[in-house]
Design a binder for this molecule. Sequence first.
Ligand SMILES: N[C@@H](CCC(=O)N[C@@H](CS)C(=O)NCC(=O)O)C(=O)O
Length: 211
Amino acid sequence: MATPTLVHYHTPNTRSFTIRWLFEELGSPPHELKILDMKKGEHKSPAFLAVNAMGKVPTVTADGVPVTEVGAIAIFLADLFPEANLAPGLSDPARGTYLRWIVFNHAAVEPAVMDKARNTPAGLPSSALCYGSYDDTVSALAGAVESGPYILGERFSAADVVIGSAVRYLTMFKLLPAKPEFSSYLERVTSRPAFKSALAKDEQLVQSRAG
Ligand SMILES: N[C@@H](CCC(=O)N[C@@H](CS)C(=O)NCC(=O)O)C(=O)O
């Protein structure tokens, strides 16, 4: 089957950077970048809400079919371009670990960190929360990245793009504790040429739109 036509709806300096970085790791396969200016409310325009009713980025469309949520987009794109070798195949034993940590970002890290930041009152027992407790989530995350160099050991994957981006922005906003496991992992993933190239492209984009 032919590769679908891809469109990436993007706003710099948001979670959408994860997908920008992933496209670089994939070797920049053909895709259209559509920039949404949130200051102008472009992400809540009727045209974009028809694509993603949440009005959020990142959103990717493949032949017009929307894919939303960083983890789903990462799994989708890494599988679509197997030659980049960023996703263990269906029968590869590493596939479980790979999927586990991509989903853990949405299932535990983000809700735990956001709830803590918002001082959500403890109305439910931790056994009922999708993340258990903030402390357990943070130590599981630290455990996943500590031995490295990557989540799957020697093998870099799209899971590192998802978890690396999350650790990066949550550290920037001081929503994760300063731990050597996180800082060493960040050093490893952000020294990758694809990360630097994605960041430089986004910085250039911000500058060109400011000037
Ligand atoms: N669950 C979504 C979250 C995406 C998200 O919240 N994106 C933010 C930018 S970091 C956004 O688009 N916010 C605009 C809004 O909700 O008004 C994902 O993982 O992709």
